[in-house]
Ligand binder design. Sequence first.
Ligand code: NAP
Length: 538
Amino acid sequence: MVSASADFDAVVIGAGFSGIYMLKALRDRLGLKVRVYEAGETVGGTWYWNRYPGARCDSEAYVYCFTWDKELLQEWEWSERYPEQPEILRYLEHVAARHDLKRDICFNTRVNSAQFDEASGRWKIRTASGDEVTGRFLITAVGTLSDTNLPSFQGLERFRGKWYHTSRFPRGGVDFTAKRVAVVGTGASAVQAIPEIAQQAKQLTVFQRTPNYCLPARNGKVDPERVAARKADYDAIIERTRNSFAGFELARMAKSALEATPEEREREFERMWDIGGFIFGLGNYQDVLLSREANKIVADYLGDKIRRAVKDPVVAEKLVPKKHPFGTKRTPLDTNYYETFNKDSVLLVDADTDGPVEEITERGIRAGGKEYEFDIIVLATGFDAFTGSLKALNIEGSAGLAMNDAWADGPRTYLGLAVAGFPNLFTITGPQSPSVLANMPVAIEQHVEWIADCIAHMREHGLTTVEAVPTAQDDWVAHVNEVVGGTLLPLGNSWWMSANIPGKPRAFLPYLGPEGIGGYRRRCAEIAAKGYEGFILA
Ligand code: NAP
């Protein structure tokens, strides 16, 4: 039963991986009075909302979990290398029950606004159901990919069939049997959903705006001996992932792709291709994201893989990316994605060669001047990443400064953790932090622990407010842009670059540190050790 009291030490918004760990850290480690608000009916966040067919984790399960419950690391048995959405949701439910977290979470409750009251030095938080509470600290745990991108396709309201967005699938699923189905989009969600839907549907038509470089996931059961070895080695695994580039046990080769011979490259590429997963991106030659020439070698290799997997050369050519370098958009992991286009019942409509989606009609979709008829349309069109879910909270800081105004030209943060003008606000995996460029639980745990340590430090020293210094923030924003500017990443029209939402100011949203999450972690620790350099504590 959630406590009725209206004043809290901290209010946390969101009960996914980050919100539930933040609650655990503040309530059970620091003994604070905490209230969590969650729009969904239970914990899970991403893993509660994204239940489209085929939804599963792209990180390997043994590192896609909490590391702070050491017993659970030993006890929990994942069924596959990459577990499906229901299994991850079960895991998070189990964590919530085991640590008695739900009693402090208000479910089915969306936060509508949050205002910092300078007189009391507290945040006033209002919910859609009319609750009003205050908190000394406001901590957003709203996820980077939670605000659904529903493109303003003309005519969606007149479609006579059913339509769904991948991130808002109905509980209990959708029966595609004997149906004519459209999937719009070919990002990571679509790449997982398309092979599953194609198995049921009478006819599946995929509307592609930009083809992606997909890498084989190679999912399956993990050898029990390997599972046991990992369990015995967890402390070292945690150290390695925390100090790695991207939160995995993977590191780039200390060599340029241009220095390797063609035979050596072929051998290395095949090795990584066979292992499957993110190794092809994260364990590749060090200059793949730095040099166009090195990148082209990788892109050509992957293009050939697509041409070999897809029987119809015309379809294969549509699936080969031509406009963006490899790795400049999030690389989906696939299981039978390309092979699905070999089915007679699957059609690919490519924006460049067949014409873009023009409108939704009563009977289906018009693209390239032709009407395609459907019973069901699945929009796999992604998210207003990072800023969408924060902007929806209508946060106002000191002197009535609205975050939506402060960020009109793109987000500005210090470390992706705090925002100048917004005292006592922390943003877990916020914009300009490594977040989605790392394995998320590793990024989340680092933020949660840093925030909890900062609050503990304030308490010990009798301090009540913490706020980012504007110049420290300016320097951070410049650093984020400088680092990414030295790579090929700005060449992709990705959601990382804010390019998927019409009118969104073009800005790189995560932080690609020169040393990744490991370097970022060290930098945050140094800042804390220097008495929270770049913050004003009062
Ligand atoms: P996404 O990567 O943004 O893909 C959206 C797709 O819809 C793209 O193909 C996009 O084309 C297309 N699209 C968007 N607006 C459109 C429009 N107006 N007309 C036509 N096509 C349009 O979204 P997502 O697939 O949901 O994935 C988002 C992120 O979620 C991933 O990158 C990943 O980080 C995460 N994710 C993770 C997992 C996992 O780990 N298990 C699974 C799924 C997703 P363009 O490319 O041209 O913009």
